[in-house]
Design a protein around this ligand. Structure first.
Ligand code: ADP
Ligand code: MG
Length: 628
């Protein structure tokens, strides 16, 4: 028998471990199963290179609850430890055996999948246990060892009669951690952290239906047998080669990842690199929920198939955090702060790699089946538009596949749009004017009148579109975007023939005076325009610049523009060539004149969606009166 003091520099490390090692006590199970997995993978490696003359077989890891004895057992069939090794690897805290193994077998073990490298994993058991036993039999021809420690730095180490190879860890669960004796709790943890670990994990049993016998009677009742319950899928899709997977395999893996998700993903991206960093994974473009805030299923981060977190901020570019799927990389430093993470060279490279893979995939989807890509556009646009705004590397590539749909569902790339509009929609300086609407319903009359004049109108209805437009204009000198209700289209787009005003300068002057006395000037500035007589006589527009600034300050950049609450300002555009303009001028009775103007203003407000509440009620009343 040997006993002694665990070799730590701090006199009593255990209270420290309990308090500070991990804020999340539950991760003890992940650590112990990782060790069991490592022990098994190490044995596999040693047998494969002929350094362990034993049968590898089909090893499993078993987790067992002993509720009465208040114990939790974790049993593996890995390489085990000799007495000497227990001394070395268990008693010398913070001496990571995994790291030593990797160092020793540097060249051959690189791909063995060994997990541990912190050297404190085993001791996390003391976060939930008042006493820990370790019974281990090495694959080497040496007696088994029994190590016990009750949470003080004193331990005992004696021989044991265990004969089968492997290690059993017995946790005597502490009074304040009895929840870890609940089957549902352990099952939940195993599914959270170990669902895709590479060695089968057995926990409890389950019922399996026996096949129906050939001569089964009509009232045959299915019979069941108890079989062992394997919790995990040791070969998840992301560890396989893309060439070995069909579309259906990717979809079923999606359902395995997110059992509560009912929609199929739109498409997937298989990530697979080993230089200059190691990373595998599968990302999915999901059908986004209408409310982006309630996306619960997130991208999961794994290291060698061990779940680490679903917070991938800083690792995945922000615009892609709306995607789903898994990323598995041993090269992401985890025990560091987020700000350090962002400064890490590897992490930066990983983030860039992901951006590149996503844009490559989008480009190939666009090239291979444009029709299908267009059909998915509405579901993916918000992610892409956000990417263009936030990720310069993505923006550079976006021209190849980002689409601009018209109100009638024709999809153009920006280059196609420029080509299409270059002769028909330019302003007096030769700039291309791209007309767009943000809402098909409320801007209906403006859209219709633009279409009547033969113009192409885009439907750009994402919440961040004003930011995007601003950026596109800044980067394309010859481009300007104008919302259909932003200004009089005739003023924006150059036409051969200019409308001649029917009214004389004097008449215009007196019309303007009349209008300005009746129309509230805090809100409307009156503009007279000589337009086609068929165009609306009164029209309300909101200057593009004003509206865009207002929208941008609402959707985020508030402080940036320092505009606070901008007042609502509109233009009231009056067509001097309309019959109504002539009628107003020729009406002698002041009251009749005023009510003509008010009625016309209300109609213009109505088509801009600005007539509401009391104003709307009295408008309806007044209109009925005139019908009498
Ligand atoms: P790490 O896993 O980072 O090396 P741990 O504290 O988790 O650190 O484990 C320390 C060492 O103890 C391991 O490296 C390994 O050598 C040994 N060990 C722990 N658990 C087992 C086990 N189940 N079978 C064999 N060796 C183990
Ligand atoms: Mg470990």
């Amino acid at each position: 028998m040997s006993s002694g003091k665990i070799n730590v520099s701090v006199e009593n490390i255990f209270p420290l471990i309990k308090k500070f090692l991990y804020s999340d006590h539950e991760i003890f199970l992940r650590e112990l199963i990782s060790n069991a997995t490592d022990a098994t993978l190490k044995l596999k490696h040693l047998t494969s290179i002929g350094e362990a003359a034993v049968e590898y077989g089909n090893p499993k890891i078993e987790v067992k609850i002993d509720k009465e004895g208040k114990k939790l057992h974790i049993i593996d069939q890995g390489l085990g430890m000799t007495m000497e090794e227990v001394e070395k690897y268990i008693n010398q805290i913070a001496f990571s055996g995994a790291e030593e193994f990797l160092e020793k077998y540097k060249d051959s073990a690189k791909d063995s999948g060994v997990i541990g490298h912190f050297g404190l994993g085993f001791y996390s058991a003391f976060m939930v246990a008042s006493k820990v036993e370790l019974i281990t039999k090495s694959f080497k021809d040496e007696p088994a060892a029994h190590w016990t420690c009750d949470g003080s730095p004193e331990f005992t180490l004696v021989p044991h009669d265990k004969t089968e190879r492997g290690t059993e860890i017995i946790l005597h669960i502490a009074e304040d951690s009895l929840e870890f004796l609940e089957e549902s709790k352990i099952k939940g943890l195993l599914t959270k952290y170990n669902k895709f670990m590479p060695i089968p994990i057995k926990f409890g049993t389950k019922q399996e239906a026996l096949p129906k016998p050939e001569d089964a009677p009509e009232d045959y009742k299915t019979e069941y047998k108890e079989v062992e319950n394997i919790i995990n899928n040791p070969n998840p899709a992301w560890t396989k080669q893309p060439t070995d997977l069909k579309d259906e395999d990717y979809k079923s893996f999606y359902r395995e990842l997110y059992p509560m998700q009912f929609d199929d993903p739109l498409f997937h991206i298989h990530l697979n690199v080993d230089y200059p960093f190691n990373l595998t994974g599968i990302l999915y473009f999901p059908k986004l929920a209408a409310d982006l805030q309630i996306q619960k299923d997130k991208i999961q981060l794994y290291q060698n198939q061990v779940f680490v977190t679903d917070n991938v901020d800083g690792i995945v570019p922000e615009f892609l955090t709306m995607l789903k799927g898994v990323i598995d990389s041993p090269d992401i430093p985890l025990n560091v702060s987020r700000s350090y993470l962002q400064a890490d060279g590897n992490v930066k490279k990983i983030s860039n790699y992901i951006t590149r893979k996503v844009s490559d995939k989008l480009k190939s989807l666009f090239n291979e089946n444009r029709e299908d890509f267009e059909a998915k556009w509405n579901d993916i646009k918000i992610v892409l538009e956000y990417g263009m705004l936030s990720e310069p590397k993505f923006y550079e590539k976006a021209g190849d596949f980002v689409l601009y749909p018209t109100i009638d569902n024709t999809y153009f790339t920006l280059a196609e749009l420029k080509e299409k509009l270059k002769d028909t929609q330019t302003d007096k300086d030769g700039k291309l004017v791209i007309l767009y609407a943000s809402n098909k319903e409320t801007q209906h009359s403006y859209i219709e009148s633009a279409k009547e004049k033969g113009y192409e109108v885009l439907l750009l209805d994402s919440p961040i579109v004003s930011h995007l437009i601003q950026k596109l204009e800044a980067d394309n000198e010859n481009l300007t975007f104008a919302r259909v209700d932003g200004d009089v289209i005739e003023k924006l787009i150059q036409k051969e023939e200019n409308q001649i005003s029917k009214l004389s300068e004097d008449e215009k002057e007196s019309l303007k005076t009349v209008l300005e006395t009746i129309v509230p000037k805090e809100t409307y500035s009156v503009q007279l325009e000589a337009m086609d007589s068929k165009s609306a006589p009164f029209m309300i527009t909101q200057p593009e610049f004003m509206r865009r600034m207002k929208e941008m300050s609402q959707s985020g950049g508030g402080g940036m523009f320092g505009m606070g609450n901008l007042p609502e300002m509109y233009n009231l555009v009056v067509n001097t060539n309309s019959e109504l303009a002539t009628s107003i001028l020729s009406t002698e009775n002041e009251d009749a004149k005023a009510s003509l103007v008010k009625q016309a203003l209300d109609l213009a407000k109505l088509s801009q969606g600005l007539l509401k509440g009391e104003e709307l009620t009295s408008f309806v009343k007044r209109s009925f009166e005139t019908l009498k």
